[in-house]
Design a protein around this ligand. Structure first.
Ligand SMILES: NC(=O)c1ccc[n+]([C@@H]2O[C@H](COP(=O)([O-])OP(=O)(O)OC[C@H]3O[C@@H](n4cnc5c(N)ncnc54)[C@H](O)[C@@H]3O)[C@@H](O)[C@H]2O)c1
Ligand SMILES: COc1cccc(Nc2cc(C)nc([C@@H]3CCN(C(=O)c4nonc4N)C3)c2)c1
Length: 479
């Protein structure tokens, strides 16, 4: 019986080649493998992972294994699996497609909701474990953590709500799964949860769910909020998007950005990265903002800051980065120049009013190529919309580059070691990564960039009230 399910094992060789290349671009993870090879801090850890099964995540998985962990993996998004990376993980560095020797992974691009939750359940089910489950969770969005908590809750109630109480398709699928697994006092989930020492959470969505569970007093085990580590969110948001915005625009349109007028809606971390990369390509960048502080920052950085209405019929490229909804409406797009380009890199799919656009009388949508559509108005004016208003750096490009993910995943690895090796220091609650570990992750990335750090002299350290070895900033310092 195969203890994995991926799209196509024959892609393993290609996946392995890209994993090998990515290792060179992920110095933080490779340095952690070297530093901890001796002590094997994750020996005995059984880690269930729920995080985009990509080439970069494969390097994270093999780092956890190099530190002694056993791992079972599922993706946290039905479309984000890179099938060649999943195949390479299932086959392993020493296996072959005919003789897989890798890690149990349950992920493929284009899963149905039922398949997605089946994969999550497989990643949580450890046949060789006394509790039948993991003793650690590595989560991105909180779905693995949610399944365990719902299972325990319904076992405590002694019943599972009936499926027709479901408020959504996803909720229905989860209830069906729990009906299947919670039978006459089996206590499968309560058993399984009893040995989990903690969860490390990658993103804002999952962190929000953790704080809610803590507030409601139902959190079963400690959690480290990896998202709010500076070396995770600042890098993801600013440097990841700075790289992948123009990657997406170029792959989608090959338009010359130089000389054009680009509007960036929102000047937070993501907007700052996007404005910088568009300016780097020679575009004249205009920013829109609601927040006077961010607006002032944009002005200080030399950008024109005005309202969308002022520039809607003058700009060539529009990018939304606000994390808010209804930023660019159909009525706005009706006023845009012919062949203006519109894309979102902020929140899911509601920053751009795609529903409103589809309802414009006489509008004609045409696919130029996957994730690139023209929308022709009755007057013949055409606009180009990327990724149908969803995250264009994922739809039109390949997400964040390895070096950015090396920072996030080094945070994840150190957080896993913290919770697994120091259980008594982490009673049930939600914690952020201690600053000295955040600084350690940054330190691990300096050599590969040829950075020479200056050493504080003791009298300097005491002068500014820090230790020579850090941490160098207060917990509320804004980088
Ligand atoms: N695509 C990716 O790979 C990726 C990566 C990281 C973050 N994100 C997402 O990008 C979004 C922004 O992230 P962030 O860290 O920059 O958040 P942020 O809060 O730092 O920045 C958002 C900015 O938008 C501004 N804003 C809000 N409503 C606005 C409006 N109506 N008009 C103009 N400006 C408005 C806010 O004032 C804020 O300054 C979030 O949804 C985040 O999840 C995407
Ligand atoms: C089509 O290409 C890809 C490639 C990778 C992931 C995705 N899909 C998503 C979906 C959602 C909702 N969020 C993310 C975040 C933002 C960027 N991320 C990564 O780049 C990343 N995460 O793990 N390895 C990575 N590489 C994580 C990525 C799509």
């Amino acid at each position: 019986r195969q203890d994995f399910k991926v799209a196509d094992l024959s892609l393993a060789d290609f996946g392995r080649k890209e994993i090998t290349l990515a290792e060179h671009e992920m110095p933080g993870l490779m340095a952690i493998r070297k530093e901890y090879a001796e002590t094997q801090p994750l020996a005995g850890a059984r880690v269930t992972g729920s995080l985009h099964m990509t080439v970069q995540t494969a390097v994270l998985i093999e780092t956890l294994v190099a530190l002694g962990a056993q791992v079972r993996w599922a993706s946290c998004n039905i479309f984000s699996t890179q099938d060649h990376a999943a195949a390479a993980i299932a086959v392993g560095p020493n296996g072959t497609p005919d003789n897989p020797q890798g890690i149990p992974v349950f992920a493929w691009k284009g899963e149905t909701l039922e398949e997605y939750w089946w994969c999550t359940e497989q990643a949580l089910t450890w046949s060789d474990s006394p509790t039948g489950g993991p003793n650690m969770i590595l989560d991105d969005g909180g779905d693995a953590t949610l399944l365990v908590h719902k299972g325990v809750e319904y076992e405590k109630d002694g019943k599972v709500p009936s499926v027709d109480t479901a408020e959504s398709d996803e909720h229905r699928v989860i209830l069906e799964l729990l009906h299947r697994t919670i039978t006459d006092g089996s206590q499968k989930w309560t058993q399984l949860a009893s040995e989990i020492r903690g969860v490390t959470e990658e993103t804002t969505t999952g962190v929000h769910r953790l704080y809610e569970m803590q507030r409601d007093g139902v959190l079963l085990f400690p959690a480290i909020n990896v998202n709010d580590a500076v070396t995770k969110s600042k890098f993801d948001n600013k440097y990841g998007c700075r790289h992948s915005l123009i990657d997406g625009i170029n792959r989608a349109t090959d338009v010359l950005i130089g000389g054009k007028t680009a509007v960036v809606c929102g000047y937070g971390d993501v907007g700052k990265g996007c404005a910088e990369s568009l300016r780097g390509q020679g575009a004249r960048v205009i920013v829109t903002e609601i927040d006077p502080i961010c607006a002032l920052q944009a002005a200080m950085d030399g950008y024109q800051v005005t309202t969308l209405d002022e520039v809607i019929d003058k700009a060539d490229i529009f990018v939304t980065t606000t994390g808010n909804k209804d930023i660019i409406m159909a009525s706005d797009m009706a006023k845009m120049k012919h062949q203006a380009i519109v894309g979102n890199i902020g929140h899911f799919d509601n920053e751009i009013d795609m529903a409103g656009l589809a309802k414009v009388p006489g509008i004609v949508k045409d696919e130029v190529k996957p994730q690139v559509h023209t929308w022709k108005f009755p007057d013949g004016k055409v606009i180009i919309v990327l990724s149908e208003g969803r995250l264009l750096n994922l739809g039109n490009a390949t997400g964040h580059p390895s070096f950015v993910m090396s920072n996030s995943f080094a945070d994840q690895t150190l957080a896993q070691i913290e919770l697994f090796t120091k259980p008594d220091e982490y009673p049930v609650g939600v914690y952020t990564l201690p600053k000295h570990l955040d600084e350690k992750v940054a330190r691990l990335h300096l050599d590969s960039l040829g950075v020479k750090l200056t050493t504080l002299r003791p009298e300097q350290a005491s002068y500014i009230g820090v230790k020579v070895e850090g941490p160098y900033k207060s917990d509320h310092y804004r980088y």
